[in-house]
Design a binder for this molecule. Sequence first.
Ligand SMILES: [Zn+2]
Length: 436
Amino acid sequence: MTMLFYNIAIIDSDGETKENMNVRTDGAFITSIEPCNCDLTDAQKRENEVYDGSGKLLIPGFFNNHSHVPMTLTRGYGEKLPLADWLYKRIFPFEALLTEEDVYWGSMLGIAEMLRSGTVSFTDMYMRIQGVFRAVMETGIKASLSNGLTGDDTTVLEETAWYRETEQMRRDAETSDGRVIANASLHAQYTSVPALVRAIADYARGNELRMHVHLSETEQEHEQCKELHGKTPTAYFTELGLFDVPTTAAHAIFIEGEDYDLLRDQGVTLCHMPSSNLKIGSGLADVKSWHDHDIRVTIGTDGAGSNNNLDMIEEVTLASYLAKGIHRDPLLFSTGDLLTFATRNGALAQGREDTGLLEPGFRADLAVVDMNAFHFQPMYDYGTSLFTNANASDVALTMVDGRILYRDGKLMTIDIEKVIWNVNRVRDEKLAQLNG
Ligand SMILES: [Zn+2]
């Protein structure tokens, strides 16, 4: 099955816009990218499908590098509360009632939103994760999945639900044709103890799993770790071996001093989620410093409880504007850098070498942004319009492994009415249980 994106704009690997290009896919891969100098009728005879790219921009699809996708179920539940009340009075009691089936419906809703906004893969941390796996397999998206381990001195790793789910996910991933990767995941420093950190680090090393963790998200957790252990969370995790395997650390707002060198030297990827950081009032990460220290930067949305959407275009645009404003430098960051954060870097963080780039030989994990609408006019540059003018609703097509999963308002693998009915049913059931 071949498809030709005909006469479309792209952003090349130097971050420069190229107009009037032809990008061809065959099966799951990109096979050629060249100037559009062939006749449309000839192309239509040759290819299985020709897609009219006029007024549109083709990019690698987004890699949402930190999410809790089933938290769509708690979107809007517990607004206007301080963080501790939101978590302990609303989110945790609600989540304690969720079944694997509930998690499946929440995941379907989140994946629908991601596909509609150009995301091709996500890195998730949640619970009852076989429900997330089922949704990923049905919808055609890619994902790195994990359960976030929490525990205290009495916790024995092998006796936890975490262990059962992670072992199952490793077996499930084998059946996913490479779309799902099983990760090990520690929820955070403040929700674990040193022996447990050591145990999960050993488990990840022994089974060659990547690690996913929340790191220095709030000032309180960062300072408490220094008081309790005499070192920053980064130094603490380093000493316990958590970063011995490739790791994605989310937030990293309060990292300081030696932390930067420790993270870079161990190849830790940091994930920036400005909407969540701002909404929860945690603070602002200094992404320029990450970048200046040659730490791999990625972008994520976090869960819909704290964002409240899963829109990567909005997230990258916000990251860009914050960096510009904080450093009073309108050149932070280039379009090429921003796109790399949200695509190739996310793919590499997931361990997917063969995607995240618009180049022949790479997987056809792609998104098309339609820039024909009036809010893009008059058009000067398609590339620079991406993280300034575009909205999630401007995404016209999302493709994973050469398969179109979203196009012109239609989700190909999701019955969205059924999903909406079910997430509202789950809400009603849980509220009845909580209030009964
Ligand atoms: Zn998170």
